[in-house]
Design a protein around this ligand. Structure first.
Ligand SMILES: [Zn+2]
Length: 262
């Protein structure tokens, strides 16, 4: 993933879309609550002039999401520069992929047995059997290789436990440093000990700050995008890796910011 650039573009897209949808909903609600007849209300809603979220010109903003690419552009007659286009990154859940592959492999094994049986019972000519057998065998091999790759990936990602124990260790260390820091500050407050406060600040700069950063980076290593759900406005959220299933996911396709013109 492109990291910050990608996250920024994502946030930009969803923020604008939420703003746009909200304005539209508000305008519709206003019409619905008016004293007009049903027919008049419908007519007004149909004729509702959408405004571009960026330039406010009539025509509105086009937000599209085909599952792969998110796009926002101005739909006014003379469009403004707004152009967000993001190729979404694509995650697959590894255990599901592995299960799926195992099933295919089991089916292929069955087919190999059937081919062998057909040959044994003389139901088919030898040449036909060989062609069929080779085909299935090749499929079997490629799926088997794929399965091995997936299993290796999963194992690699399970190394995650190491990372979590590292976070725990860093947290403990951080706690100790913080206590030392507090002590130094207290020492200064009570005894006017300047050396203590200087040491405390040094400790803060040299140890506490970098460690805090490390813990944060480790814990919130990735932002990831939820599955599309048109119902909810914000589909983009920060998920702590510790509670997520991301450690069992592998990125299939890298996300890319194609444009992010505000
Ligand atoms: Zn516009």
């Amino acid at each position: 993933m492109e990291g910050l650039e990608y996250d920024n573009a994502m946030e930009h897209y969803y923020t604008l879309k939420a703003k746009y949808d909200k304005a539209l909903r508000k305008a519709k609600t206003k019409i619905k609550r008016s004293n007009d007849s049903m027919e008049e209300k419908r007519r007004k809603i149909r004729k509702l002039k959408k405004k571009c979220v960026k330039c406010r010109r009539a025509g509105g903003t086009n937000f599209t999401n085909n599952g792969e690419v998110l796009k926002a552009t101005c739909a006014a007659e003379t469009p403004c520069k707004l152009h967000i286009e993001i190729q979404k990154s694509n995650y697959n859940f590894l255990p599901t992929e592995i299960k799926h592959n195992r099933k295919i492999i089991a089916d292929l094994k069955q087919r190999i047995i059937i081919i062998k049986l057909e040959f044994l019972y003389d139901l088919e000519k030898e040449s036909e059997t060989i062609v069929k057998f080779d085909k299935v065998k090749k499929l079997f091999e490629s799926y088997f290789e794929h399965l091995t790759t997936l299993e290796t990936l999963l194992e690699k990602n399970y190394n995650w436990t190491n990372r979590i124990s590292e976070i725990e260790a860093a947290r403990l260390q951080l706690y100790t440093y913080n206590e030392q820091f507090k002590e130094a500050i207290n020492d200064f407050k009570i005894n006017d000990n300047l050396t203590a406060v200087k040491d405390g600040i040094q400790l803060y700069i040299d140890q506490i700050l970098p460690l805090q950063e490390e813990v944060q980076n480790n814990q919130y290593a990735r932002l990831y995008v939820d599955a599309d759900n048109e119902e909810s406005e914000i589909k983009f959220r920060l998920v702590s890796e510790r509670n997520s299933i991301l450690q069992k996911e592998e990125m299939w396709k890298e996300g890319k910011v194609l444009s992010n013109i505000k």
